[in-house]
Design a protein around this ligand. Sequence first.
Ligand SMILES: [Fe+2]
Length: 463
Amino acid sequence: MAVLSYPISGSTLKLTRVYLIILYMHTCETQRYSEKHERDPVSAIKPDHPASLRKHFSSVRRLTGTLASRLSVEDQSVQSMPDASPTKWHLAHTTWFFETFILKPFVPGYEVVDEQYDYLFNSYYNSIGEQYPRARRGMITRPGMDHILEYRHAVDDAMGDFLNASPDGLPEEISALIALGLNHEQQHQELLLTDIKHGLSVNPAFPAFEPRGSVSGWGGSELEMIGYHGGLVHVGYRGEGFCFDNELPEHKCYVYPFNLASRLVSNGEYQQFVADGGYRQPGHWLSDGWSWVQAADVSMPLYWHEIDGQLLEFTLHGLKPLKPAVPVCHVNYFEACAYASWAGKRLPTEQEWEIASRSVQLEGDFMNFDQLHPRAAKARGGLQQMFGDVWQWTQSAYNGYPGFKVAEGAVGEYNGKFMCGQQVLRGASCVTSPGHARHSYRNFFPPGAQWQFSGIRLAQDAK
Ligand SMILES: [Fe+2]
């Protein structure tokens, strides 16, 4: 085993300051976060406790392996579109992250598993080096799956040695980078599922990722518009736990009084928009959105299929009848805006969403193999479905908060350089890893993206 030292550069110190270091993750892959949350609260996990870091490292890495193990080697190699990476690539890239940002800089004498992996599995870090084109990741048939799994095991072993060799804890800067790597891997767990869903969807047999799961359509409630006063409010992450740099700094902003829908827009409600000719009425669409509808000849959400007069929806459990009470998902920003216009409402700003979300707990329908699909709202009043089920488009462009600074070094490329041409989504989805959600979490995608589990919550100005 290599002798350890901690040669932290000045730039590393600066960039890691923005990442706080408590992890709050799961111990059981299929457990619903709402159940876990009660007996394993976020605050109970000590960020600088080596045993805690080891536990989270092994549980996060194990869950990625569990997800991949439900797929054939052929499934894991497929790339169905430029945005969707093969499962095999996700397995290798998340491993490359730990090798590149932890093992290479902090373990003297560490020998990389394969020097070619820097080119093949670097996603977009220009300061690390050139990258293999994203749209061609499905062409990487070599290394094969056996070598990718060996790569994961080798890096897991080296990381295990590194963590075990520091019984008194790691320097905060290194713990923060490991926390970043684990949160990064959780993001890729969700991407693995959204990407393979698209891959399976283009197969005319509509195979299921998880055949044993089902889609429950029970429940539903009347949609109410709940009033909020607004005013001068704080937005952004406040706390001692982990957050991404784009959630910082916490700052003040003014929010006018507004109303927010008590639940997500359902399939049944969106079906009315479709039936009313919503995709044929340019007056409801943004200019770019209308161009997209025309060019792509769209008439309903991605994964909806009308077969023999019946509306069906492709899910990770296969092709299922469309359930009216289940939240509509896989709609892009253009579709969300058009629906809101048709309904006489608008999308919330991310500030409105965040301050409203503080009235509810971090509970919801997160990744759960029994139902990898959003669930109907509960038959009760009040604000619900803020976390889990589907990410919620906001009308806010993805930009840096006042005072935001891109960190120096390669990890500074994580979020800041994407602050152009994308919209913020809030909440989380039914394929978000348990524990990977925050009131201040800012997801972001281009307005045309449909393949994420993205849906709609309505808002309006208060009268
Ligand atoms: Fe990544």
